[in-house]
Design a protein around this ligand. Structure first.
Ligand SMILES: [Zn+2]
Length: 314
């Protein structure tokens, strides 16, 4: 009897907690129809009257700079349009090198009928015409071209992102195609996207706070490679951190012989998604190639350190 009296409040408590979790995660979604397609953010839909002053390249400029053909500051105050239907997930003055930044999240059907999510980012804006969580239409004016308080000649810095966690934490993510689309090629290949009569639950509030530290337990797996956002249960699964099998691993390990345990534990830990360091990988590969061609008997590790005496390039 006494046991039951304790068990019942415990059950109620657990039920309350689970309800709390569900209600929090559900409020982090917006219901959106599929985007009809994408246009250029200036001179919409085709970008006429503007040119790309700087293009996209991985590990460098992960966006495009768009200028008016008149040059200089002639495009200051020109309208900037949302490239597609979506929801505003950021509209604020970030200052620093960014200035006014708007980020719009889109859900769309890709060529192979997979539902995908992506963010479009518009920076250095002179003014913003939309607010957080506002639903916007393709071609809707969202702001004006700016110069970030005179820091640059007026232009639009524009990015298209696959990874929904980046927000203003660009330095924490690899500047590669795994996290970004090349904007012009994305728009050109997605001018017309298939639509249906459904709405989709689109996660919002997925960014790390800025400025500040990156939360390690949330949002890391939100890269929108092909998120199947079909039902509530599916979308909830996306947000939950994948730490289910860790406790059992611990208990199993503790029963093993300490020597064997030592060997198992020496295995390199799996890094979280954002901590990829492409530079290191590159160096390792270079070092290995160098070792092969110089005929060095030393291990690749030792060659890796010899970057202070680089060999001539072929
Ligand atoms: Zn730029």
């Amino acid at each position: 009897m006494a046991e039951n009296i304790i068990k019942i409040p415990l059950k109620v408590f657990l039920l309350l907690i689970s309800h709390l979790f569900i209600s929090i995660s559900l409020s982090d979604y917006a219901e959106l129809p599929l985007a009809s397609g994408f246009d250029f953010p200036v001179g919409a839909p085709t970008g006429s009257g503007y040119y790309k002053a700087r293009g996209f390249w991985p590990n460098g400029h992960v966006g495009e700079d768009w200028n008016g053909k008149g040059g200089g500051n002639t495009d200051l105050g020109d309208p900037v349009y949302s490239i597609g239907d979506g929801i505003v997930v950021q509209s604020r003055d970030v200052r620093r090198g960014w200035g006014n930044v708007i980020i719009i999240r889109h859900v769309f059907m890709d060529k192979n009928s997979t539902i995908k999510l992506m963010d479009s980012l518009y920076a250095h804006l002179d003014s913003r015409n939309v607010v957080l969580n506002q639903i916007v239409k393709r071609g809707q004016r969202i702001g004006a071209i700016g110069n970030n308080r005179g820091m640059y000649l007026a232009h639009l810095h524009f990015e298209t992102r696959k990874n929904l966690s980046i927000g203003m934490h660009r330095s924490s993510f690899a500047k590669t195609y795994s996290n970004y689309y090349s904007p012009t090629s994305f728009i050109r290949s997605h001018q017309n996207c298939k639509q249906n009569k459904r709405t989709y639950k689109v996660p919002i509030n997925t960014f790390a706070p800025y400025p500040g530290t990156y939360p390690k337990n949330k949002n890391q797996n939100l890269a929108s490679k092909s998120i199947p956002i079909k039902s509530e249960t599916n979308t909830n699964k996306i947000l939950k951190p994948k730490k289910i099998d860790q406790p059992t691993k611990k208990t199993l390990l503790s029963t093993l012989d300490p020597k064997i345990r030592g060997i198992i534990l020496k295995k390199p830990k799996k890094n979280p998604v954002i901590k990829t360091e492409p530079k290191k990988e590159k160096l390792g590969l270079l070092a290995r190639i160098r070792a092969r061609y110089t005929g060095s008997k030393d291990s690749t590790r030792k060659v890796k350190r010899s970057r202070f005496s680089p060999r001539k390039r072929p």
